[in-house]
Design a protein around this ligand. Structure first.
Ligand code: NAI
Length: 547
């Protein structure tokens, strides 16, 4: 293990105030005697399970998921082990509270529910000092930084500093779903201002009260940040999260061949959607290359998925041009086609000759996709007419309504199954309950990248990978797809159940780590047994012995 327990000489009340060392009522008699804790905690020694019982009881008195979120973050501020023990005790119940969909509301209200600072806030006003600022972080061996500029938070737009809830939540998921040790994880908000008028005038807003700078200024600030990370945390991977679509794609291209980094909105979303597509083809008895894809939305998520899908198709023997010809996109200004003058460089490979149209149903009728993928941020955009048209064209239309949070999903599973008369293979970005229709039960899967990025993160963490490749996300997608039990797949579930998410992610990380070693990207020696090697790194929410 890389992170042995180190008290840094802390004793007594200092231990109680350090969430990574606090055991609250669980200190042993020996620890109480040796570390000056007698009298500072109730004179009983409780087990973690008894503490968990108390947490559950207190949570039971909260009325809303936002209240539960606030309670849990408060718990994390005091007792990290008990926080992760709680989340990991029932991931299917707690992931929607610490992440989607509650996190959306938590971000919108970030300035109001703020209690304790967590992670780092680096402002563009402090250009020239970023390295010095990063040196203020107490942990010296940081392995993953999750960083946002708050430019496009979930489907909620520019939330500026309120977006900090996202890197905090994402890194909690690394630990809660894949067992990445929390000590080496650091959430960062790069504050370059916001164009959100409401926040600029809100006295409780926690960011710079300035509109966003030019792209050139922003990128030079990010350059300084990326360089500083290489110097201060040399083994660190930078996970970019929730930047606007254009910045996400451009910044990834800028750094991906130079440093260890990836963008989860681009590559993680792509990986999880690819996993669903692989299982949809298993259900249909086809292969990825037999399918035709139409995206609603042509931003970072769409481009990331299309690029990854094409890489996977090329690996299966297609030419890149053939692969790209299978993918069309439709955005806020209509179908992407070559006469459009508003397209950015990375969208052009998916702009195929076609008469201009702003009618999505007409585009479906003409292109005849087998799969539609909603990454538009527009709730309800897959109308009855859209689903019915897909059902007329396909025996099993594949409908992926990926936009978050819940009310932004392009359609609900109930709508997809009802309008397609039970024919649709459906997944959403958030978890919806099973749908009962005409005596049949359908299980909508959650195409949430939390099946992918924590597993890739665990592999990167354990191997200290020096670069993050697309192939790592394709391997993760295949590994996730392979872990859906046959009987559940038959009920339409194209993603593994969340109840066993830790084991799913560990198995995925093992396959990704093998690829990291095979491709020469690891910065540690190849172990004889990669399975055991990955499992050795997995964090367990158990108190460590302090004396
Ligand atoms: P983005 O802002 O880069 O792109 C949004 C795209 O939607 C743009 O191309 C825009 O033109 C298009 N669009 C907006 N209104 C439209 C309309 N009325 N009709 C057609 N197209 C429209 O955002 P990004 O990063 O691509 O994310 C999109 C959505 O995907 C978000 O809601 C996000 O929460 C979701 N997402 C889901 C993930 C998952 O795992 N399920 C992961 C990452 C993102």
């Amino acid at each position: 293990m890389n992170y042995e327990i180190n008290r840094n000489g802390k004793r007594g009340i200092e231990l109680l105030h350090d969430p990574s060392l606090n055991k609250s009522t669980a200190y042993t008699e020996a620890e109480r005697q040796a570390l000056g804790l007698v009298g500072l905690v109730p004179d009983v020694t409780e087990s973690e399970d008894l503490q968990l019982r108390r947490v559950m009881q207190q949570l039971g008195h909260k009325n809303t998921d936002l209240d539960r979120y606030i309670y849990l973050i408060n718990l994390l501020d005091h007792d990290e082990t008990l926080f992760f023990r709680t989340i990991m005790s029932d991931p299917a119940r707690f992931l929607p509270i610490v992440y989607d969909p509650t996190i959306g509301e938590a971000c919108l209200k970030f300035g109001y529910i703020f209690r304790n600072p967590r992670g780092m806030y680096v402002s563009i006003e402090r250009r020239g000092q970023v390295k010095k600022i990063l040196q203020n972080w107490p942990v010296k061996d940081v392995r993953v930084i999750c960083v946002t500029d708050g430019g496009r938070i979930l489907g909620l737009g520019d939330l500026g500093a309120n977006g900090m809830g996202i890197p905090i939540g994402k890194l909690q998921l690394y630990t809660a779903t894949a067992g990445v040790p929390p000590t080496g994880l650091l959430p960062i908000y790069l504050d370059a201002g916001t164009n959100n008028e409401q926040y600029l005038h809100d006295p409780l807003y926690l960011g710079l009260r300035k509109t966003r700078p030019s792209t050139e200024e922003l990128y030079s600030f990010v350059d300084e940040f990326v360089d500083a990370v290489q110097e201060v945390f040399p083994k660190c991977c930078i996970h970019f999260e929730d930047w606007t679509g254009v910045d996400a794609v451009h910044l990834l291209e800028r750094y991906r061949n130079k440093v260890s980094c990836y963008n989860d909105d681009v590559q993680g979303t792509a990986g999880i959607t690819l996993a669903g597509m692989i299982n949809a083809t298993k259900l249909k008895g086809t292969q990825l290359k037999d399918e035709k894809y139409l995206f609603l939305g042509a931003g970072s998520a769409a481009i990331g998925l299309a690029n990854l899908l094409c890489t996977a198709l090329v690996a299966q023997g297609m030419t890149l041009e053939d692969a790209q010809s299978r993918v069309s996109m439709f955005d806020i200004n209509g179908l992407l086609e070559p006469t459009r003058t508003d397209l950015v460089d990375f969208q052009k490979p998916y702009a195929h000759s076609h008469p201009p149209t702003k009618d999505f149903v007409a585009a479906i009728e003409s292109i005849k996709p087998t799969t539609i993928i909603g990454v538009s941020t527009v709730g309800g955009a897959f109308t009855q007419q859209v689903v019915e048209t897909m059902s007329q064209l396909n025996d099993r239309p594949v409908i992926m309504a990926l936009s978050n949070p819940t009310e932004h999903a392009e359609c609900t599973p109930e709508q997809a199954y009802t309008w397609s008369k039970g024919k649709a293979i459906y997944a959403a970005g958030v978890q919806f309950p099973p749908v009962h229709l005409n005596g049949q039960t359908f299980l909508p899967g959650q195409a949430n990248n939390f099946y992918i990025f924590p597993a890739v993160g665990l592999a990167i963490y354990a191997t200290a990978a020096k670069r993050v490749s697309d192939e790592m996300f394709i391997e993760a997608a295949a590994a996730v797809a392979d872990q859906v039990p046959e009987d559940l797949l038959k009920q339409g579930l194209i993603y593994p159940p969340q109840s066993n998410i830790l084991e799913t992610e560990i198995k995925t990380a093992i396959r990704v780590a093998k690829l990291v070693f095979d491709s020469g990207l690891a910065r540690v020696d190849r172990p004889a047994n990669i399975d055991a090697f990955i499992r050795q790194h997995v964090y367990k929410p158990e108190y460590k012995t302090l004396v």
